[in-house]
Design a protein around this ligand. Structure first.
Ligand SMILES: NC(=O)c1ccc[n+]([C@@H]2O[C@H](COP(=O)([O-])OP(=O)(O)OC[C@H]3O[C@@H](n4cnc5c(N)ncnc54)[C@H](O)[C@@H]3O)[C@@H](O)[C@H]2O)c1
Length: 329
């Protein structure tokens, strides 16, 4: 199969391209390199195009034969989204509208979309299922929920079929340390802690220790990037086999179902690195719920998905191997 991968030069997209190649598929990567990297494109055809430019998008995709679309491209910084909401809506919502329009024109009817736990807002239950109320508390989450609604309506009105994958916290790197996470600025906990450990970054800031959680720091569900990539292939396969129940749109949570506090993850980082890591305590960040933990049983049952990297130490160890290799490259 040959797939279009928007945002395929980014963190989760590049690991999914890697998984596609390992399964004998090929990819055309479409990316504007706003946060992506050329070194992550793994010899695949690259279209240097911005989704916000519909005529460039149409021209670039003309004549391609595509079996399905993995749509990763988005801006995804919660804090930045609060400061520049119009940019976030333009990039994430208008960009996706442009993509869907061109996909329909070309008769490409399968889409796997990167959504997020941020669409749920403050959790009302210990573990979040897919039918939890969706009341995002930040602009980023609002844009992703808007895209989900647009996809669902498009699937109802056209032959399009889509799966939305709501990731909790993506983490880790390829087991052979050949691919990994590089964001600038880096806002994710594990790479920030490991950068601080390797002396390449500032001390880690722990944002708030007065949350209503056992140790006062935020609790999150960490899912290894290769397990995420695997779920994408399974979701596309489900679309190809037309074995999703109900309408042509479905959504699945992707998480391990286990919550770790910031302090617990930080301790795991110190264990793996074998030294203490400099940190400081900061204020709470706006738009950060105290606890976000997935109930991902639907993905297990309906996609046959089984995360293989469920231990936080295992996730951190792959990120540390990548950090060391990347820094020395
Ligand atoms: N990393 C996480 O923990 C996480 C959690 C939940 C959801 N997500 C979602 O998963 C997706 C991938 O996340 P990531 O961490 O790999 O992010 P990333 O920033 O590493 O990758 C995003 C890619 O999209 C590209 N891109 C952005 N806007 C574009 C545009 N207008 N046109 C073309 N290309 C564009 C970027 O250059 C980059 O290569 C995003 O949609 C994100 O919102 C990520």
């Amino acid at each position: 199969m040959h797939y279009l991968v928007t945002g395929g030069a980014g963190y989760v997209g590049s690991h999914t391209v890697r998984a596609l190649l390992q399964h004998g598929h090929t990819a055309t990567i479409l990316d504007n390199f706003s946060t992506g990297h050329r070194w992550a494109t793994q010899g695949q055809v690259v279209l240097d195009v911005d989704l916000r430019n519909p005529s460039a998008l149409r021209d670039a995709l003309r004549g391609l034969e595509i079996d399905g679309i993995f749509h990763f491209a988005a801006k995804s910084l919660v804090g930045e989204s609060a400061k520049t909401p119009v940019t976030y809506y333009q990039n994430n919502v208008t960009g996706t509208a442009n993509l869907l329009e061109v996909a329909l024109e070309n008769g490409w009817h399968r889409v796997v979309f990167s959504s997020t736990a941020a669409i749920y807002g403050n959790p009302l239950t210990d573990r979040i299922t897919e039918n939890h109320p969706k009341v995002p508390i930040n602009v980023y989450g609002q844009t992703k929920l808007t895209v989900e609604n647009m996809l669902k309506a498009t699937c109802e009105a056209s032959p399009m079929a889509a799966v939305s994958l709501r990731y909790f916290n993506a983490a880790g790197a390829a087991e052979d340390a050949s691919l990994g996470e590089v964001h600038d600025p880096e806002t994710h906990l594990i790479p920030t802690a490991l950068k601080a450990a390797s002396g390449a970054g500032q001390p880690l800031t722990i944002f708030g220790d007065d949350y209503p959680t056992p140790d006062g720091t935020c609790v999150r569900d960490y899912i290894h990037v290769q397990d995420l990539a695997d779920a994408h292939l399974r979701a596309m396969n489900a679309l190809e086999q037309q074995r999703l129940e109900g309408p042509q749109f479905d959504a699945f949570n992707l998480g391990n179902g286990v919550g770790f506090s910031v302090k617990e993850v930080f301790a795991a980082c110190e264990d793996i690195v074998g030294q203490s890591i400099p940190y400081r305590l900061g204020q709470r960040r706006e738009g950060d719920p105290a606890r976000l933990v997935a109930d991902a049983s639907r993905a297990r049952e309906e996609l046959g998905w089984q995360p293989r990297h469920s231990e936080i130490e295992m996730i951190v160890a792959t990120a540390w191997a990548w950090e060391q290799k990347h820094r020395s490259a």
